[in-house]
Design a protein around this ligand. Structure first.
Ligand code: C5P
Length: 235
């Protein structure tokens, strides 16, 4: 089994994120770099992170015209990231352009293509918020619509909430990789996460990857916390 734990490096600066990454590298399957850290520390930080040899997930949620997204994806591939996110709300053509750019740029560099992950409806959005955008008020239906469009565009992965895994597994090709945040072990506080599952329950429901932040980086011993979560998946 691959290690499905993606540690969210939700820290404000490169020094603390690198110190954490070096400590936890043997116990996780990937590191996630989001917009806070990337905007502060930049591509150089990602290159230094890759020196740990742990795969990197660049979570910048690209959403722009297809040509611009294709070029942003190409830049991410040149940074040697193994996963990245785009907004499915950018539409079919944008998603196709992202996937094509990932395939072509990585082929030119003789590397495996990164997993381009589609983000559907942000979990901070509820029915009323969606309605304001003219997308109807049924969040579940809109997630399904965007997920089906992502599959049609050829995306090979999606980010989804723990509570969407089961429905998306019924709807999508089996090969679709599902990446799920909102993981809590049950013995710690949920922080601001409202819809959570344990790591084991998320994997059992059909998730391929688990994005985990505070339960690891805010633990007294982060590497030990990651090891404990990993052990919970196999016992
Ligand atoms: O600390 P915690 O485990 O809640 O961190 C979860 C990570 O997953 C954070 O980086 C957060 O931004 C991200 N995320 C999320 N919910 C989403 C999408 C991403 O919590 N729907």
């Amino acid at each position: 089994m691959q290690n499905p734990i993606i540690l969210a490096l939700d820290l404000p600066d490169a020094a603390s994120a690198l110190a954490l990454a070096q400590q936890v590298a043997p116990c996780v399957g990937a590191f996630k770099v989001g917009s806070e850290l990337f905007t502060a520390a930049g591509p150089d930080f990602v290159r230094r992170l890759r020196e740990t040899l742990v795969p990197v997930f660049l979570d910048l949620k690209f959403h722009d015209i297809p040509n611009t997204v294709a070029k942003a994806v190409a830049s991410a591939v040149r940074l040697d990231v193994q996963m990245l996110t785009i907004h499915t709300g950018g539409g079919l053509e944008m998603m196709r352009a992202a996937e094509q750019s990932a395939a072509e740029t990585s082929a030119a560099l003789n590397r495996p293509p990164p997993l381009v992950l589609g983000v559907t409806v942000l979990t901070s959005m509820n029915g009323a918020g969606l309605e304001q955008l003219g997308c109807g008020s049924d969040v579940g239906k809109h997630v399904e619509r965007l997920a089906a469009l992502a599959a049609q565009a050829g995306l090979r992965g999606l980010v989804c909430s723990p509570l969407e895994i089961q429905r998306l597994r019924e709807l999508l090709p089996h090969s679709m990789q599902l990446v799920t945040p909102g993981i809590r072990l049950g013995d710690e506080k949920a922080d601001d996460q409202k819809r959570t599952l344990s790591a084991r329950a998320a994997i059992d429901a059909g998730a391929n990857w688990l994005v985990i932040g505070r339960p690891i980086y805010a633990a007294p011993q982060p590497a030990e916390a990651a090891r404990r979560i990993l052990a919970s998946l196999t016992t």
